[in-house]
Design a protein around this ligand. Sequence first.
Ligand SMILES: Nc1ncnc2c1ncn2[C@@H]1O[C@H](COP(=O)(O)OP(=O)(O)OP(=O)(O)O)[C@@H](O)[C@H]1O
Length: 619
Amino acid sequence: MSAGKKHARSDAEEQAVRSSKKAKTDEVTDAPADADSFDVKADKEKKMDKKDKSEKKEKKNKKEKKEKKEKKEKKEKVAEEQQDIEIPDADAAVEPKAEKKEKKDKKDKKDKKKSKKSKSEDATETNGASETSAPETNGTNGTNGTNGASRVNGAPTDDEIKVFLEKEEVKIADPSNSGLKPILQFSQLPKTKLLSKNPFSAYKAPTPIQAASWPFTLAGRDAVGIAETGSGKTMAFSLPCVEKLLTTPKKAALRGDRSTRARAVIVSPTRELAMQTHEAISSLAAHVGLSAVCIYGGASKDDQRTLLRKNSGADIIVATPGRLKDFLSDNTISLADVQFAVLDEADRMLDKGFEDDIKLILGSCLPKEQRQTLMFTATWPTSVRGIAESFMVDPVKVTIGNRTRAGDEDGNGNGSVELQANSRIHQTVEVVDPRGKEQRLLELLREAQKGSAKDDRILVFCLYKKEAVRVEQFLERRGIKVASIHGDLRQDQRTRSLEAFKSGSTSVLVATDVAARGLDIPEVKLVINVTFPLTIEDYVHRIGRTGRAGKTGKAITLFTEHDKAHSGSLVNILRAAKQDVPEDLLKFGTTVKKKAHDSYGTFYKDVDMSKKATKITFD
Ligand SMILES: Nc1ncnc2c1ncn2[C@@H]1O[C@H](COP(=O)(O)OP(=O)(O)OP(=O)(O)O)[C@@H](O)[C@H]1O
């Protein structure tokens, strides 16, 4: 109730009290003015006597009537109770039984709740993370707001969830112990306006990262999602994004404000990935009349401004950091209303190349307490975890795959997320002479595209732009139909190359690491690393362009003495994925150099995200 209304109501009440007081005073003053005279007194006494008598009689009658009524009711009650016991199909017996059942149901529910609570308390004691309950209602447990979703039907049983968590190696570290649990089928998601349109009809079931993260992200929680390449992370963050916007009304534009006021922002490290994510989320948002616009460098700013202003602005902006920063500084875009932010390829977005941009972008959105922030990636190096947490509020961490570090036996996913390659990719490492790399590449391509496999898509990774140009020309001269994608090409050339590769008109694409992350190109059969990438994380992302959405794939890496600094981490990746480790590779050593973060240095400590920070006070 507003203060004004509160006042209005008290005034009215006071008025009513005042008028009733006045009425009482009026009654008293209505008594005859001459009441002191004798005659009148006697007369009055007579009248009083008469009145007393009749009042007494009336009281007696009333008492008798009341007693009779009580006796009758008592009789009826006894009869009813007897009927209840002895005459099961009597109408009179039905009602008390229904009442009893209702009471019993209520009691059962209460007991169930109690046992759930004690279970979750047990779990908290043993592993510090919540043993979550089936998501009866999503959208009611959020810390940052809810999505207003309705009750979920047919939630999975605890046993089904247990099997799922074990089979898919799912770890959920929930610092809020919210009691939320994974869903296993699309039908177990809340019945929202968007989901009633059946947007996932092309898929059979949610992927593990979707199944495990949606109950939390749909409830408004901040989250870090770590799952192998090609495992459906895009939809994992797109669904809660669209749902969130559906439940929060768009603010009216301020007078004279020409900037596009987005409500959600998704930041991607590369232009091509931004475009791909935009396509995916647009198709989801279109079901419910929301719009998404993609902005990225290397393309006309004016065209993008026109798109932003069309249809009274964009609800969702998918962007690369550089162009987004430009549009923020010239007020083309305002992020002041952004209540949902995603860092896709989050570890890349938080490493030194992008860290300042991200601080600026997230700093332009609503404060972290008022927005929902999600970070998704396949690799989550220790070096970025602290900075990631600083942008979120009590994030739940969902990890898919057995990434428990050797010696970390608890298996709670408490921050010890080790690097893991997609296990459906067959990895081969060949130690070669650096001078023989191009020739070996040619042999490998010819081998792989023999016979019926002649059109198989193969992605060839180089480290440097100049190297990519050289390799492309080398292959072209040998009659291989090839295209390339790297930073020295204009955006339209990059887009054309990618389209040609996707459509199959070119079966070999030579790329630098601009194509390493996120790109979802159907049916890439083989990835060849001509030169090892700068980081082991990039290796995992590069090879992850194959073996997507449950399919298998192959990766061949040409390793030379120049790459020996990476031998230890590569050996670990191969072993963890149960792949052969060549003797030649072991010769370079198996030690892994500890990585340092620019701000936190090598002293940076693993952050246990399931535990609340302890406040230390100094007297
Ligand atoms: N529930 C699902 N069932 C089957 N396929 C799915 C499902 N969800 C998404 N996909 C498909 O899986 C493919 C890979 O998804 P996506 O590109 O989101 O992977 P990713 O985890 O983001 O990979 P990366 O780490 O390389 O960025 C896409 O083609 C997508 O359409």
